[in-house]
Design a protein around this ligand. Structure first.
Ligand SMILES: Nc1ncnc2c1ncn2[C@@H]1O[C@H](COP(=O)(O)OP(=O)(O)OP(=O)(O)O)[C@@H](O)[C@H]1O
Ligand SMILES: [Mg+2]
Length: 265
C-alpha cells in the first residue's frame, strides 16, 4: 500500500541576508513514521523545522503540511493546521512562573473551549503518558532537565496532534534519561499513531528511533533513507558524521571569516 505523505518539501531555499542557509531541500515524510533530521551544528536543522511548522516562509520552493501548501495558506487555515501539530522545543521552553499542569494545559486553554474540569482530566492523562503522574502542582524549577523535557512533551501532545516536531529532545541529558526520552517518543508514536519529526545529532537516538533519516549538510539533503540504508551508506560524509571522526570531507571552521565566507554561496 502506498504510504500517505504528510510533509513534503520541494526545493526549499532560504537566505538570511547574503547567507544561504537552506539550499534546495526536498524530502517527504510518511504518516506514522518517525523521521529523523540529522546534521552538524549550524547546518540549518532548526531553521528547516521552523519552515515545515509554518513559522518561517521560504524564499522559494514549496512546503506541504497535511496536504496544505504553506506558502499559500490563509491565516484561518494556518490556525487549523497549528491545532494538528505539536512542538517540543530545543530547550524545554516551559513557563517558569506556571505550574507543570498550567504549562501542559496552555494549548487547551488557548485553542479550545473545554471546561476547566475536562482540561484537568486531559492534563492528568498526558502527564501519565510521559511518566509524570501527579506532578501537576510542581513548578518547573523543581524538576530535572529530563523531567522538564517530558513536561514539554506532555504539552506537545495536549491537543492530540497528528504530527509532533522535536528539536534536539535528548540534548544535554545523560545517556539513560536520553534513552527514556527516545523510548517515550517511540511509545507515543505507536500508541497515539503520531508522525514524529525529530531533529538530533545524537547518533544513538537516530538509530534507535528512526524509520527514515535525512542527513543535512551545507543546506542540502546529503542523503535520505531508512536507518539501515543510512548506516550502510557509502557516502564518506555520512560515515564521517556517524563515526564522529574529525577527519573526512565535512569541514570544520576555526576562523570566523572562513565560516562566514563559506555561507555566502
Ligand atoms: N533568524 C535568523 N537570522 C539570521 N541567521 C539565522 C537565523 N536563524 C538561524 N540563522 C543562521 O542559520 C544557520 C543555521 O541555524 P540553525 O539554528 O538552523 O542550525 P542547526 O542545524 O539547528 O544547529 P544546532 O545543531 O546547533 O541547533 C546558523 O548559521 C544561524 O546563525
Ligand atoms: Mg538547532
Amino acid at each position: 500500500m502506498e504510504k500517505e505523505v504528510v510533509i513534503k518539501a520541494e526545493n526549499v531555499i532560504k537566505k538570511f541576508g547574503e547567507r544561504t542557509i537552506l539550499n534546495g531541500i526536498s524530502l517527504e515524510v510518511y504518516r506514522g513514521d518517525t523521521f529523523v533530521i540529522m546534521g552538524g551544528s549550524g547546518c540549518g536543522k532548526s531553521t528547516f523545522l521552523r519552515h515545515i511548522t509554518g513559522a518561517l516562509k521560504p524564499d522559494s520552493g514549496k512546503i506541504y503540511l497535511l496536504g496544505k501548501d504553506l506558502t499559500r495558506v490563509s491565516d484561518d487555515e494556518m490556525d487549523a493546521l497549528k491545532k494538528k501539530i505539536g512542538m517540543c522545543f530545543q530547550s524545554a521552553a516551559l513557563f517558569d512562573s506556571m505550574t507543570v499542569g498550567e504549562n501542559v494545559s496552555l494549548p487547551l486553554r488557548e485553542h479550545t473551549k473545554l471546561e476547566r474540569g475536562v482540561i484537568d482530566i486531559v492534563v492528568k492523562m498526558k502527564l501519565e503518558l510521559v511518566g509524570l503522574r501527579g506532578f501537576e502542582d510542581l513548578m518547573p524549577s523543581q524538576l530535572s532537565g529530563g523531567m522538564r523535557k517530558r513536561v514539554g512533551l506532555a504539552r506537545a501532545i495536549a491537543m492530540d496532534p497528528e504530527i509532533v516536531f522535536y528539536d534536539e529532545p535528548t540534548a544535554g541529558l545523560d545517556p539513560i534519561v536520553a534513552g527514556v526520552i527516545d523510548k517515550l517518543i517511540l511509545d507515543l508514536s505507536k500508541k497515539l499513531s503520531i508522525t514524529s519529526i525529530v531533529v538530533t545529532h545524537d547518533m544513538k537516538s537516530v538509530f534507535s528511533i528512526a524509520d527514515r533519516v535525512a542527513m543535512l549538510y551545507e543546506g542540502k539533503v546529503l542523503e535520505v533513507g531508512t536507518s539501515d540504508e543510512i548506516k550502510r551508506s557509502n557516502n564518506p560524509s555520512v560515515q564521517q558524521f556517524i563515526s564522529g571522526s574529525p577527519d573526512g570531507p565535512i569541514r570544520f571552521f576555526q576562523q570566523k571569516d572562513d565560516y562566514l565566507e563559506h555561507l555566502i554561496r
